[in-house]
Write a protein that binds this ligand. Structure first.
Ligand code: KG4
Ligand code: ZN
Length: 345
């Protein structure tokens, strides 16, 4: 069997991504193109993603991003074997742009179409960098829209079980909301991460959501933490004191990293899994990856964190997931594939 080229299209949130992956006869993956156009700056003044603005930006960016991916990789559209696209979860209007584009290419070129799950795509991103997943592993998916713990058995083309998720805000959403409280720009993860480096993570004992003995073992909650930061800032201001910004940022970051890593490692122990993948935009957080590395090392768990470029939304991860489906001989989606904004994993 020869190499097969898989094109991936991502448009679930504010990133228009087109990726191309070469699937080798032995199942190996090679990344040939990973082009992303982001509308994040258009959303910055609103402090969060505005769905209508995101859809329009996808419409404008889709064709040029596709062109760049083809030009940079030297791949001809006619040589593409299959087209994979994010069918959900995500913003309804944003998903429609990517799925419509993918259907148009699949129909015009007569190629198989694979509607795929964005969450599984985040995990697939790691296989581009670190190779195939072991037969059982756990994935901690943390981004602006998701915070989930997934059990993956027998690869990404078969069963994925969600064993925990956030009951309110996603981890990245908490970063974005806290950044707003501290007058830091959107998205809030990078500026909080930077500010936290000059602060003391033990200065303020912010709450660790859902860690009581009767709480759900693997679910997360970040809205109480965000409210606690808001109260802290208000108290300082009411007392006419300067808000210790770096200590607040570091203590908030410590609380998020502590909860995420302790729950993920508890799940590894309970389910006897010895590989943990962390992906999604928040995986770029220095304290999260640092604490995960420490705790995984002492628990004998192998930690896999893809580079930040692959952690955030992109088309390469969708192409990679498409490649896993093609390799497993999965059935393509029908051409009347619809989008599923609330698609579970
Ligand atoms: O995966 P992603 O690009 O998009 C979504 O699917 O949401 O993740 C974006 C999120 C934002 O909330 C952003 O604040 C957060 O990832 N983020 C970070 C860092 N870099 C990005 N959070 C914490 N620390 C970072 N260094
Ligand atoms: Zn995502």
């Amino acid at each position: 069997m020869t190499d097969r080229l898989i094109l991936g299209i991502e448009s679930s949130c504010d990133e228009t991504g087109v990726g191309i992956v070469r699937l080798g006869p032995d199942g190996s993956l090679e990344l040939l193109a990973d082009e992303v156009a982001s509308s994040v700056e258009e959303h910055a003044r609103f402090g969060g993603v505005v769905p209508e603005v995101a859809s329009r930006a996808h419409l404008e960016a889709m064709a040029p991003t596709m062109r760049r991916a083809l030009d940079k990789s030297g791949v001809e559209l006619s040589d593409v074997h299959s087209i994979a696209v994010t069918a959900g979860p995500g913003l309804a209007g944003a998903l429609l742009v990517g799925v419509s584009a993918a259907k148009a290419f699949a129909a015009a070129l007569g190629k198989p179409l694979y509607g795929v799950n964005h969450l599984a795509g985040h995990v697939a991103a790691d296989t581009l960098q670190h190779g195939p997943l072991p037969s059982r592993c756990l994935a901690l998916l943390v981004s602006g829209g998701h915070s989930q713990l997934l059990l993956i058995e027998n690869g990404l083309a078969s069963s994925i079980t969600e064993i925990g998720s956030t009951v309110d805000d996603a981890a990245g959403e908490a970063y974005d909301k806290v950044a707003r409280l501290l007058d830091l720009p959107y998205p809030g993860g990078p500026p909080i991460d930077k500010l936290a480096r000059t602060g003391n993570g033990c200065a303020i004992a912010f709450p660790r959501g859902l860690t009581g003995p009767r709480d759900s073992k693997y679910d997360f909650s970040f809205s109480g933490l965000k409210t606690s930061v808001a109260r802290w800032v208000e108290r300082c201001e009411a007392a006419g004191e300067e808000v210790p910004l770096a200590d607040v940022a570091a203590s908030f970051q410590e609380a998020v990293a502590d909860v995420l890593t302790s729950k993920a490692l508890r799940a590894c122990r309970d389910l006897r899994v010895d590989t943990l993948v962390i992906s999604g935009g928040v995986a770029a957080n220095s304290r999260l990856s640092g604490l995960a590395a420490e705790r995984c090392a002492s628990a004998g768990v192998e930690l896999r964190v893809p580079s930040p470029r692959l952690c955030t939304d992109n088309g390469a991860m969708i192409a990679a997931l498409g490649a896993h489906l093609v390799a497993a001989g999965a059935k393509p989606s029908p051409l009347d594939l619809s989008t599923t904004p609330g698609l579970p994993v």
